[in-house]
Design a protein around this ligand. Structure first.
Ligand code: GZL
Length: 334
């Protein structure tokens, strides 16, 4: 051990002060060096985003919108793909809390089971924005706002179109339904809206309804089962374009003409779905816009600044027939 040199009192006080400042400085510097998340050194807001997965064309377009909008807004985005598993979303949200991000945003893969982790975010004083899908938490203080579509309305518009199309039907109209993933808000709500609308005509009957998980593979697989089990299928209602596109393969393989032998109604209006509609393979699509990125980033800035925001912000959407799809396709953004 080196010889300890004693110092005069004034020098010793200065040395103590210097060492306190140095340690304090390192500690402060250490926090920011550990990627603490929070507002970055240059004042940029940090957002932690948990995405459902990459299950459909809609989801891909939604992810692109969010990433591009974050870059344009100068928001530092931490992004996680949950591969359609709620436990992965909960893990990602907990990571964002640990990292002390400024804002957490996510699209909940299912409606239930979020209160505990949302309470942890609230206790950590990190605001949460729900986008695309919502949660069934009774405590609305667990999130600042919801940005997305009215899925019940989408289902209702699909059902109302079918009621109009089949108003002269003399006998039963057999409907099969491809649902989104079990427990998801769009699956629950589109089913609800569609079912309420078709009740106007007792000839319209849903003879089979199964989850296809919003994927093409799921739509094809379940449609194959529907075709094997049901001799007479007049209508397919698919909760998204991708399951409808997968079902096309099964319908063709069964020797039936989609859009003619089986009327096909879907939701989303992504490019591939609109092409199928323009080609007459689909008959009607209720739009669900994935382009939520810019609005989400505006909301994040407002929430971070402590501004009041509306509890629910719904996106503008429309519907398409074959003729309307032909007109809209050239300018379709997604
Ligand atoms: C709806 C969204 C749904 C889409 C599907 O807002 O959550 O999930 O309709 C997607 O295509 O997989």
């Amino acid at each position: 051990m080196g010889k300890m040199r004693t110092q005069s009192a004034p020098w010793r006080a200065a040395a103590v002060l210097a060492s306190v400042l140095l340690v304090g400085g390192v500690a402060a510097c250490g926090n920011s060096d550990t990627g603490g998340g929070g507002t970055t050194d240059d004042g940029k807001i940090t957002m932690g985003f948990s995405q459902v997965g990459a299950e459909s064309g809609w989801r891909t377009a939604n992810t692109t919108s969010i990433k591009e909008a974050a870059a344009a807004a100068g928001i530092e985005l931490k992004f996680d793909d949950a591969q359609q598993k709620q436990e992965n979303q909960i893990k990602a949200i907990r990571n964002y809390i640990q990292q002390k991000v400024d804002v957490i945003a996510f699209s909940p893969v299912v409606e239930s089971g979020w209160d505990t982790v949302l309470k942890e975010a609230k206790d950590a004083d990190i605001p949460v924005i729900l986008t695309d899908r919502s949660v069934d938490s009774a405590d609305k203080s667990l999130y600042k706002t919801f940005l997305g579509s009215d899925f019940v309305k989408e289902g209702r518009l699909a059902g109302e179109w079918l009621v109009e199309q089949k108003k002269t039907a003399s006998g039963p109209v057999n409907i099969v339904e491809l649902q989104g993933n079990t427990g998801a808000a769009p699956a629950n709500d589109r089913k609800k809206g569609f079912g309420e609308a078709i009740a106007a005509n007792p000839n319209l009957k849903i003879i089979a309804s199964q989850p296809g998980d919003f994927t093409r593979a799921g739509g094809k697989q379940v449609m194959e089962q529907f075709l094997k089990a049901n001799k007479k299928i007049d209508v397919l209602f698919a909760h998204n374009d991708d399951m409808g596109l997968g079902a096309l393969e099964a319908i063709n393989a069964a020797g039936k003409v989609p859009g003619k032998d089986i009327t096909i109604i879907t939701v989303d209006a992504v490019k591939d779905g609109m092409q199928a509609l323009a080609d007459g393979k689909f008959n009607f699509i209720a739009e669900c816009s994935p382009l939520l990125g810019p609005q989400l980033m505006d909301l994040a800035k407002k929430v971070h600044a402590g501004e009041e925001v509306p509890p629910r912000i719904e996106t503008e959407e429309t519907t398409f027939t074959t003729e309307q799809a032909k007109e809209a396709l050239p300018n379709r953004k997604y």
